[in-house]
Design a protein around this ligand. Structure first.
Ligand code: UGA
Length: 429
């Protein structure tokens, strides 16, 4: 099929490359000329396991993927995916300004098309956005009627950074929120052969499925963090508790790793958006509000533990290992490490950091006084205290920390082994 993917961000590129690999003809549109140039030269503008190789194969080898900074030649598209970022504004609401701009552009493509295209939104939006914002805007800019002249669907993604290719090719479910039957039929055809149940539903339900999914994952994390905080107090190992309760299929072991909490561009943002929407609707979300506040508290706990052991951060040299919000990514958005470093600087510490992938992204958001080290050993060797904020494999070697004060935020080290070589404490163990 001829598919247009609007937005060469994380979701857009993964969607474009995976569909191109399946043999569809993909054009990826982005306003960033540099990204377009990179993609067309076979180079991936961001880090994701396996994506570079697959992108190069689709661009140069199979010729199924190209990028463009305009919509010329988009007229033949049978499906148009909207994969534009939806950041949160200061009130915790999803900011739709980028989406609205792109929808207006897509409307002009729809206006010229004789193909009855299907416009599919993949960006995370609040329930009601498709009906109240996207469809009216599309109809206005195309001067055509949704359901008659073109079709509309909401098809959320559930990709995890670092595992996105596997996640796209082997989804646990495919959710199709459809405005009209033709939209659902076309998407079902596109996803034919994917080993997953297809759930066809209405737009609002699909919008809510995505948010509820992220809210539940975040809830599991804050739940185990709260249990972990108490376990530490009572001398119980929360990881043994998690392993044991995880055998119950109703609970499941995944997302029960206690520590300094969740970051990233999705979980914190989606949860805040859900909570503030609920507030405006007069519907209090006590559980989700608590999930957010426990998450903030975990970062504070790590700092409190270190502060207590050091007496003060003032004039202390603190090494922070790990800057990405999780391993296998260079993404530092909402990463606990960034909040930790900012607070350390406020309290007068000298901060030296290392991350295997996320150093250049971290440099863009951290103040210049932070010292970026060339490896973990260099960061650790000059420090009074080491804070481990991301569970990269290369931080798992106890010998790196001999004689040091180490506060582990991710259970990177085995506590018994670590205590033999360094002054070790975990955030909730
Ligand atoms: C998350 C969801 O997992 C995806 O299903 C969803 O598609 C995506 O958001 C999105 O909305 O686009 P992602 O942001 O890549 O994916 O990250 P996760 O793997 O979910 O991790 C989120 C955070 O939770 C990380 O900071 C991680 O360290 C933390 N976490 C995860 C824990 O603290 N404990 C755990 O047990 C698991």
């Amino acid at each position: 099929m001829n598919v247009l993917v609007v937005g060469a961000g994380y979701v857009g590129i993964v969607t474009a490359v995976c569909l191109a690999d399946k043999g569809h003809n993909i054009t990826c549109v982005d306003t960033d000329e540099e990204k377009v140039r990179q993609i067309n030269s076979g180079s991936c503008p961001m880090h994701e396991n396996g994506l570079q190789e697959l992108l190069a194969r689709c661009v140069s080898g199979r010729g199924t993927l190209k990028a463009s900074s305009n919509y010329n030649g988009a007229r033949d598209s049978e499906i148009i995916f909207l994969c534009i970022g939806t950041p949160c504004n200061s009130r915790g609401r999803i900011d739709l300004s980028y989406v609205k701009g792109a929808i207006t552009d897509i409307g002009t493509v729809v206006a010229k098309s004789n193909n009855h295209p299907v416009v599919v939104v993949r960006s995370t939006v609040l329930p009601g956005t498709m009906e109240e914002v996207v469809i009216p805007l599309l109809e206005k800019s195309s001067r055509k009627k949704a359901g008659n002249d073109f079709s509309v669907a909401f098809n959320p993604e559930f990709l995890q950074e670092g595992k996105a290719l596997h996640g796209f090719m082997n989804p646990d479910k495919i959710i199709i929120g459809e405005y009209d039957r033709r939209a659902g039929d076309t998407l079902e055809k596109l996803y034919h052969g994917f080993p997953a149940p297809v759930i066809r539903t209405d737009l609002r339900t699909a919008e809510m499925i995505k948010l509820a999914s992220n809210a539940f994952l975040a809830t599991k994390i804050s739940f185990i963090n709260e249990i972990g905080n108490l376990c530490k107090q009572l001398g119980v190992d929360v990881y043994q508790v998690a392993d044991a309760i995880g055998y119950d299929p109703r609970i499941g072991r995944m997302f029960l790793n206690a520590g300094i909490g969740f970051g990233g561009s999705c979980l914190p943002k989606d949860l805040s958006a859900l909570v503030s929407t609920a507030k405006e609707a007069g519907c209090e979300m006590k559980v989700l509000e608590a999930v957010l506040s426990v998450n903030v508290q975990q970062v504070t706990r790590m700092l409190e533990i270190a502060r207590k052991r050091l007496g003060t951060f003032s004039n202390k040299r603190v090494a922070v290992l790990g800057l990405a919000f999780k391993p296998e990514t260079d993404d530092v958005r909402e990463a606990p490490a960034i909040a930790i470093i900012r607070q350390l600087l406020v309290e007068g510490a000298t901060v030296q950091v290392y991350d295997p992938l996320a150093m250049s992204n971290a440099k863009k958001v951290l103040p210049p006084e932070v010292k970026f080290c060339k490896n973990a050993r260099q960061a650790v060797s000059l420090s009074d205290c080491v804070l481990i904020a991301t569970e990269w494999d290369e931080f798992k070697n106890e010998n790196l920390y001999v004689g040091k004060l180490v506060i582990d935020g991710r259970r990177v080290l085995d506590p018994d082994k670590a205590k033999r070589v360094c002054h070790y404490e975990g955030v909730c163990w």
